[in-house]
Write a protein that binds this ligand. Structure first.
Ligand code: ADP
Ligand code: MG
Ligand code: MG
Length: 920
């Protein structure tokens, strides 16, 4: 829709920019070069600032250096285009004109912020530098001009601190728990006041002293003087922003969210406005609606007398934005107006940053707000009702890969009712989580690798904690508000999170958390309720989400909840929008029932071998494998027949008329036999045969590469009696259920076919058995026989195979293994490194390798449909539940995808979104 067009035009803009050599785009009251659709070129922040200027919101003037310059920088050994500096000078001149201040001036100095801005926000990844342009002369000028020396020196100490950290690399060393600059501040506070005092209480004299000590720290650690020339400062800061695009944190983040490194970041240079001039000023972050639970309320927080980074860093715990109405009512009213304007214009919930300078509001950023799945659902429903968006847009607004958050458990109501909360904090990421506590990211990762359920507990989190946050079930912090780093990241990753639980005393040294008179060590259990913002001792029981309770457990109260109703509405819209249908991978009546309750319209893959493992069926299976003669094998198979028949009958009943694709025996036979001598001895005793015989058979069946061995239809070709038994089980079950008055639609699927002849031989068996059963049972059955396309030869000769097959189902797991020549089970040893090197962008076993394996799928679709126009096509690999893959399957025109029962809602949403995007 609009978005796509905008991106295309931005792309053109980008090409144009390259040719004309325009590196710098202005924004401000008098002139704005860019707009909101130019995210690829200007980054998210730059595009947002430009758009806000266009709709007349109060934005301090500035300019954006394009993402192309970043690309250039890395392509040219970290140097800039030759005309960049001249363009920046023009940009600065335009800011000077609009503000009436001058960069480096000793009367009325212009200060700027230097801000990174990737295409999509990367919270905390890139660091911003504020108050740039200050030195020992300009600080005096600022002080004199404003008559506010405290303010001027506060700006200066902030600048030296930020610049020292970000540009000159004066940071926490391994093993240090505090930032070195913060340690300097702490030391001074204790020297002069003998206790912790708020930063706002520091006097001009204190701040002056801090600047001196900061500069000394820089000299000691960075080995050079702090730069005094504003232009040197500016160029250094621009270089640092581009440099940070390739720092470890940014790389980890990009990998997690699959952001290509070619995108680059833009740099924004913007006139400073000051939230730290006194009590009539402040800084804040707000959402036009509540991003945690979706409520339509002004949501956010602010700090009086502070610059923006104080709010985000979670150093002081801010006040809720509603409080601003009492402190600064005029500014609050202006923000309320801006809130309305933003939603009307962007038609989506905005996350914005503002600064109030002497009661005047300035906008510093806006973007679509990150939200939990719960909030996304409510936003989409409410905005549809408010006529801000249409129903298709509402469907698009729910991220498919987040939808399973809604199905995640909550705390069991009775248990949570009994449990006594030991602390409360802000509900920053909804859901329930229990875990063993760890106080630093590395140890959390190690514990999670040991398969522990981990709760990461920190005073506050920072970007270095990202790995630990990914590994943890939940995140708990003692400090920080709803826009602290912890809250931001939790919201984005769908992690359960409680932040700002100030009753917690977190001791990094002792690795303990003291709360409510008790001390918890690392490894002890705590539970957090991220919906209510509560912390509980120990490990609490969880209960099903209302959606699961309503759909699968028939819980009537759950069905009345707003969450349940909204979910059902969304799913209904999905059905209206979708072209592909969604089936499920299920092997039992129970799984089938669940999947149908979630909206599946049939089984796309029923793996019959799973049925052979249950109870004592495995004995008959082993007898069959160990049989020396065909009669002995048939006798063993006869024992299996009733089991399979019952299983299929149960599944057909659960399906209630929906089709079921049933795959015949697929895995290599040795998987059914015991492998250790002890197990073999036990089995020998049980079966009354010698252990040597079992051992010999296992040896005989042993394969160097079972993935490519004696499996799939090769089993049925060698032992047609196995296929015969399976066909009989299917048809007899079908006859039974059909006589009960239910429609039955079996679709028998022959696995691993690479030659038409393989399929033909199996078809003969299946059709013969079908005729026999129909005659015996005096019924007429309707069924289909088709094949899996899962080896490259099958895809390459799909036109031949389609002459015999009534349907294809793409087995993309094996097609990926055989197409890439890469075993899924062994790929763990090198695939992570491949991802790091970006040889593969995503794990090809999770998201279809569209450029490679996808071509095989596409070719088979064309060849198959060329022979049989109506050939039914589906996919049953793991990829059937992956939103990106589903988009691909929509594009190549498959009829259905099949996903595991609990992924069915995700697949329905992804299929609907793929159809909507496809039509635009
Ligand atoms: P991030 O991408 O981490 O959010 P930003 O570039 O948005 O970083 O900067 C962080 C904070 O710095 C912002 O919230 C804003 O309050 C403050 N800030 C940035 N530029 C300016 C400016 N020109 N004037 C005043 N404050 C600013
Ligand atoms: Mg920001
Ligand atoms: Mg397979």
């Amino acid at each position: 829709m609009a978005k796509k067009k905008k991106t295309a035009s931005a792309q053109k803009e980008k090409e144009k920019g390259q040719k004309s050599g325009k590196h710098v785009y202005l924004f401000g009251r008098s002139k704005t070069d860019g707009n909101g659709g130019m995210k690829p070129l200007l980054g998210g922040k730059g595009a947002g600032l430009a758009e806000m200027c266009r709709i007349g919101l109060p934005v301090p003037p500035g300019f954006t250096i394009t993402t192309e310059v970043c690309t250039y920088y890395y392509d040219h050994k970290r140097t800039y285009p030759s005309d960049l500096r001249a363009q920046m000078q023009t940009g600065l001149a335009s800011i000077e004109k609009e503000t009436g201040k001058k960069f480096g001036d000793v009367k009325n100095p212009l200060l700027v912020s230097v801000r990174s801005g990737a295409r999509d926000s990367m919270p905390g990844m890139m660091d911003t530098i504020l108050n740039l342009g200050l030195n020992d002369q300009t600080v005096e000028a600022l002080s004199k001009k404003t008559g506010n020396p405290r303010f001027a020196w506060d700006c200066y100490r902030r600048f030296v601190q930020m610049y020292g950290d970000v540009v000159l690399g004066v940071q926490k060393r391994p093993g240090e728990d505090h930032e070195p600059f913060e340690t300097v501040i702490d030391t001074l506070k204790h020297e002069r006041y003998h206790k912790d005092i708020e930063d706002t209480k520091l006097t001009p004299g204190d701040l002056k002293e801090l600047v001196v000590r900061f500069k000394a720290l820089v000299k000691e650690r960075a080995g050079k003087e702090f730069p005094a020339s504003p232009w040197d400062q500016l160029m250094g800061a621009v270089g640092a922003v581009f440099g940070s695009w390739m720092n470890d944190r940014a790389i980890v983040y990009r990998r997690k969210y699959n952001i290509p490194s070619e995108w680059g970041t833009a740099v924004n240079v913007q006139a400073m406005v000051y939230g730290n001039t006194g009590d009539r000023s402040g800084s804040g972050v707000a959402f036009t609606r509540n991003p945690a639970n979706g409520a339509k309320e002004f949501y956010g927080e602010f700090l009086i007398n502070a610059q923006g980074e104080d709010v985000v860093a979670g150093v002081r715990t801010p006040e809720p934005v509603a409080q601003l109405n009492t402190h600064l009512p005029k500014a609050y009213a202006e923000l309320e107006r801006i809130r309305q304007t933003l939603e009307k214009h962007f038609k989506d919930v905005q996350d914005f940053e503002f600064t109030i300078e002497d009661e005047t509001v300035y906008m510093l950023q806006t973007r679509n707000g990150k939200r939990t799945a719960m909030a996304a659902l409510k936003f989409s429903m409410d905005m549809f009702k408010e006529k801000l968006i249409d129903w298709k847009t509402a469907v698009m607004r729910n991220p498919a890969d987040q939808l399973d958050q809604l199905l995640a458990p909550v705390f069991d109501a009775t248990e949570a009712g009994k449990a006594k909360a030991i602390a409360t904090g802000l509900p920053a990421g909804p859901g329930a989580a229990s875990g063993q506590i760890y106080l630093n990211a590395e140890r959390a990762v190690v514990a999670a690798d040991r398969k522990e359920q981990v709760l990461l507990v920190r005073v506050e989190t920072s970007p270095e904690d990202l790995r630990g946050m990914i590994a943890a079930e939940g995140i708990l912090t003692a400090r920080g508000g709803v826009s602290s780093h912890a809250a931001l990241v939790a919201r984005q990753m769908g992690k359960v999170c409680v932040c700002g639980a100030s009753a917690l005393e977190v001791d990094y040294q002792a690795r303990t958390v003291k709360v409510d008179g008790k001390t918890y060590k690392e490894g002890d259990w705590l539970s957090i309720d991220g919906t209510a913002g509560k912390v509980f001792p120990g490990r609490l029981k969880t209960a099903s989400s209302e959606i699961v309770a309503g759909l699968l457990e028939g819980d009537e109260a759950a069905k009345k909840t707003e969450k349940f109703k909204s979910f059902q509405q969304l799913m209904k819209w999905c059905d209206d929008a979708t072209r592909m249908s969604v089936r499920t991978n299920a092997d039992t009546p129970e799984q089938t029932k669940n999947a149908i309750a979630f909206g599946a319209v049939g089984i796309g893959l029923c793996r019959t071998e799973h049925m052979f493992f249950e109870g004592n069926r495995i004995d008959a299976m082993r007898e069959m494998i160990l049989a020396d003669t065909i009669d002995a094998r048939k006798a063993a198979l006869a024992k299996l027949l009733p089991y399979q028949r019952d299983d299929f009958a149960g599944i057909f009943r659960a399906l209630d008329g929906y089709p079921a694709t049933i795959r015949f025996l697929d895995p290599p036979l040795h998987e059914f036999l015991p492998h250790t001598p002890d197990q073999q001895k036990d089995l020998a005793k049980k079966m009354g045969i010698s252990a040597e015989k079992i051992h010999a058979r296992v040896e005989q069946l042993h394969e160097f590469n079972p993935m490519l061995g004696f499996r799939g239809c090769r089993l049925g070709i060698d032992f047609p009696e196995i296929s015969e038994m399976q066909a009989r089980a299917v048809f007899e079950a079908a006859a039974i259920v059909q006589k009960e008055g239910k429609k039955v639609r079996p679709e028998i699927m022959i696995p691993l076919v690479g030659f038409k002849k393989e399929l033909d031989l199996q078809l003969e068996v299946v059709h013969r058995v079908a005729r026999e059963v129909q005659a015996e049972q005096k019924v007429k059955l309707s069924y289909m026989v088709g094949t899996m396309i899962e080896v490259p030869r099958g895809a390459l000769t799909a036109d031949e195979i389609a002459q015999s097959a009534e349907f294809f189902s793409f087995g993309t797991n094996d097609l990926t293994q055989t197409g890439l020549g890469m075993s899924r089970d062994d790929s763990g040893s090198f695939l992570p490194h491949y991802a790091e090197l970006e040889i593969v962008k995503k794990n090809p076993f999770a998201t279809i390798d569209a450029g490679g394996v996808g071509q095989l799928v596409e070719m088979a679709v064309k060849k198959g449909r060329g022979v049989k126009k109506d050939l039914k096509l589906g996919i049953c690999g793991e990829h059937g539940g992956d939103p990106d893959s589903i988009k691909f399957f929509e594009q190549v025109g498959l009829d259905y995808v099949s996903a595991s029962p609990f992924r069915v809602p995700v697949a329905r949403l992804a299929a609907a979104q793929a159809a909507i995007t496809g039509k635009k």
